[in-house]
Design a protein around this ligand. Sequence first.
Ligand code: NAP
Length: 517
Amino acid sequence: MTRLVTSVLCEGPEATRQAVAAVLATGADLVEIRLDGWADDGAPFAAVAEVLPPGRWMVTCRPVSEGGLCVEDTSRRVSRLLEALLGGDGYLDFEFAEWQRSANIRQKVRLALASRGAGNPDQPRLILSVHDLRGRPADPAGLLKVMSAERDLAAVKLAWQADDICDNLVAFDLLRQTEAPAIVICLGEAGLMSRVLARKFNAFATYCAPAPGAETAPGQATLADMLQRYRWRSISASTRVFGVIGHPVAHSMSPILFSACFERQGLDAVYLPLHIGPSAEVLRRFLSGCVERPWLDVGGFSVTMPHKQAAAEFVGERIEPLARRVGAVNTLVPRGGGFEGFNTDCPAALDAITESLGCERSDLGSLRADVLGAGGVAWAVVAGLRHYGAAITVYNRTAARGDALASEFGCRSEPWARRGQMGAADLVVNCTSIGMTPNVDGTPLPSERLAAQPAVFDVVYNPVQTRLLREAEQAGCRTIDGLTMFVNQAAAQFELWTGQPADKRFMRETVECALGS
Ligand code: NAP
């Protein structure tokens, strides 16, 4: 059974007592008390330890060399820890490097553990740990083996600064191979998978933060996010893994949306933000790594900026015709020992338009549309509208990108400054990010140019009611919001991955609630 440990780093006994009570009451299995946060005023730890619930806490005093704050010499550090051990029945997390270096320390620690009965081999309380902030150790499997050879261990722990998301796959390999109870954590944003999926691979424990901003190590999710957003307690060895690949990805609405849908439909599945920096090479290695590890049970991935084109290249021939035409894949579905690529943005935009205008796709041939922007979404929107014969004019700040999009799909391209001044179109679609949170005062089309537009579609969905849509409504235009498209594309992904019908109303309400609108 994997323990969910919340790590608290407080300045002294009173704050520690309060923090411990709060996290244990909120759902953590154990609390890790980081003594390296305590002010050096000789505050007695034993008094705190005595009131802690037996077996539900661990103590450590992390030195700077392993990512902590403690600058004391080893003997003072060890004295603090021993005092803690003598005060009550908790786990001790001690650095393997120091452990190896000193027989004296080994003897003192073992005596302290034994003196409270916590040294009972049936209930070992010692965790030996290595934290490498430079990156993955040269031979992590060998290191875990050497550590595991020590007697009376509760667990061995190895944490390293992740270079990229592929480090998580190595962490899972190690958890599967190591016979002793083990904790393997990748530090940093790229390491979130290792923290959440620790439970899938039966790690001894995983760590989280009590609140945003109170992380004690890079990349920790909060206790609340572990329990609610990632539905951590529902994860088991058979849980299927989904996620959104992007950069940046931390603020994506998709984890909240899909977690809620999985819970509602009772699916054994978890959905994670998967941070992959701009490198297409890392994306390729990660996807190949997932294919090589069928036991990871990947159920599917959403793909967002800047990886949609690279995802299309990765799947090669295994791409649906529409995604090929758009040149971008936003949905990966594992099939036949690889991934198939789809684009759900394009039909999602078309459906948002036809539903709102009350027409069929086949009616789009008579539509004249002005498209603002020439990025990824613009390509999907233009590809879809052109497929049904709409006449399109593209306006983009960077003229060359606008020209490239227009020439690919046989449309007109006009300078950005002329947007809204070339005579009314039937529909204006904002495919730029102008007006998106936090720059909610921005608008891609000055209000005086709105009066002549019959319909305005803004793909920005955060906020749902953008300034453009507000002003368009005031000018008497029909409006289409980006959330309609977002829900449409997510619903199509859900159906591709699960084969079950998606509840779009529930999806919309979930995102609206998360956005506070
Ligand atoms: P992208 O590929 O980065 O393209 C951004 C576009 O916005 C480019 O055309 C860029 O022009 C233009 N732009 C950005 N800032 C500008 C400014 N200050 N002035 C003029 N033009 C500006 O992004 P994307 O993936 O297409 O996403 C665009 C928006 O769609 C984002 O807000 C995103 O959240 C939203 N989105 C919505 C959905 C949905 O389902 N509703 C799905 C995906 C994305 P340049 O070429 O000159 O840089």
